[in-house]
Design a protein around this ligand. Structure first.
Ligand code: ACM
Ligand code: ZN
Length: 443
């Protein structure tokens, strides 16, 4: 519901931020609003059970009839701004709407020329539970401050998932205690011009970013790519591949034929060790294991992989891929987590409780939903913000409908939501904003 009334509220005439119950969630949001408005006015945080003039009034009311991420925001009263929700999450999104109503210069901590916001009444709730934004930090590396700002912008648009693509052919970007070469070797590549390029996040960086994201109601879903897009890991530990040959961290964009060997149990030990450290750091229920673009050339020509196909009674390399993913899924499930993979994980048979991220069109999501699996929609046609505006313009993104038309109402329940992807082969840090904005707004 959106009602717009005549007139404005002048933020410079607000005198207090009031919390109805003085509970910790109300106070946390009050502090965020205090900080947002500090270039205009210094506001004390008080407790008040009644609405007072010149006040921004925050209420968590568990009996208010709105879902957990929903909120009510009103600026229609006489110098009263009211935000009401049943939880921190809802109250936080009410604050994001207030933030959107304010002058943009507040985002740079500068006093806007115009301190007025319109008189409105909004009742709002999300349609989808999973609202994701992705970033590939392998092809290019992004500093901690950039990641925090990115997360803050995701929150401003009321998305609730940051999908952090941490490993790929061109760089391994997360410190792993048990395998230090992943960042000693795998985080660095020698470009064709001879320059060294790279970087990685320490565990301390990751914890700092996770704490920042949590305050903004963002779940960080880490992605560790298996069994393809793994050249940086193989460059660090060559015994993980079918050939065992030494290779360099990738400097080309695309798909490499060297992948993890599916016939070598050391590979599975490695994966379980990595995922154990990942699960210790990341509280997310979902762990993304990649699974996209896995050429079968090495597996076809590897004795160990062929032996695995025979011993497991598999028919081909697609089923070997399914064996691989299912084995990781069992490990994640045993640890109380759920697996997400790109839609190639459908090939050779889907792991029993996997969630599919549909990127090569909608088909992956449709097949997943029809077979009772959850899906996240990210078709290249609408959700790839690394593509030029010529390929995917604002209007197209705006009109995207995440639920495929051919699904029944029952099947549609498996579409958890959508996600926008930001691959960075052609987007170093200074170009990412120009690609993400304004399409993220349209989504
Ligand atoms: C992908 O774009 N390779 C998932
Ligand atoms: Zn092999």
């Amino acid at each position: 519901i959106l009602n717009v009334f005549d007139g404005f509220v002048d933020l410079s005439e607000i005198k207090n931020i009031a919390t109805e119950n003085g509970d910790s969630s109300e106070i946390a949001v009050a502090k965020l609003i205090k900080e947002l408005l500090s270039p205009i006015i210094e506001l004390p945080i008080i407790k008040s059970s009644s609405l007072r003039p010149h006040t921004i009034h925050l209420t968590i009311d568990e009996d208010y009839p709105i879902p957990i991420e929903g909120y009510y925001l009103s600026s229609k009263g006489n110098l009263v701004i009211e935000i009401r929700a049943t939880s921190y999450k809802g109250l936080f999104y009410g604050y994001q709407s207030l933030r959107q109503l304010c002058g943009a210069s507040l985002e740079s901590k500068l006093k806007p020329k115009n301190t007025f916001i319109p008189k409105v009444e909004i009742e709002d709730k999300p349609v989808f539970a999973y609202r994701g934004m992705h970033l590939d930090v392998s092809r290019h590396f992004f500093d901690v401050q950039f990641i925090k700002t990115y997360i803050d912008m995701i929150a401003l648009h009321k998305m609730n998932v940051f999908h952090w693509h941490l490993t790929d052919d061109n760089g391994w970007r997360i410190e792993i205690d048990k395998y230090p070469k992943l960042t000693e070797i795998g985080a660095w590549r020698t470009e064709k011009n001879g320059k060294k390029y790279g970087g990685f996040y320490t565990k301390k960086d990751i914890k700092e970013i996770l704490a920042y994201a949590k305050k903004r109601h963002i779940t960080v879903v880490p992605e560790i790519e298996f069994p393809g897009h793994s050249v940086a890991a193989i460059a660090s530990y060559p015994h993980l591949s079918c050939t065992g040959d030494s290779i360099n961290v990738g400097t080309e964009w695309g798909v490499y034929k060297d992948i993890y060997c599916a016939g070598n149990d050391t590979v599975f030990t490695f994966m379980e060790d990595i995922l154990t450290e990942i699960m210790t750091l990341f509280p997310s229920k979902y762990i993304h294991i990649g699974g996209d673009e896995v050429p079968k050339y090495r597996w076809k020509n590897c004795n160990k992989c062929q032996k695995r196909i025979l011993s497991e009674g598999l028919h081909n390399e697609h089923e070997l891929q399914s064996y691989f993913i299912t084995r990781i899924e069992k490990f994640l499930n045993k640890n109380g987590r759920k697996l997400i993979g790109w839609d190639e994980i459908l090939e050779g048979g889907l792991a029993p409780s996997a969630t599919v991220q549909s990127w090569r069109g909608e088909e992956g999501g449709i097949i997943a939903a029809k077979s009772g699996h959850d899906a996240i929609m990210s078709p290249t046609s609408h959700c790839y913000f690394d593509y030029d505006l010529d390929a995917t313009d604002l209007k197209e993104v705006y009109h995207y409908e995440p639920i495929p038309a051919e699904l029944t109402e029952e099947e549609s329940k498996h579409i958890l939501g959508g996600e926008c992807n930001m691959w960075t082969e052609r987007a170093p840090q200074e170009l990412v904003d120009s690609k993400v904005f304004p399409r993220i707004l349209a989504m």
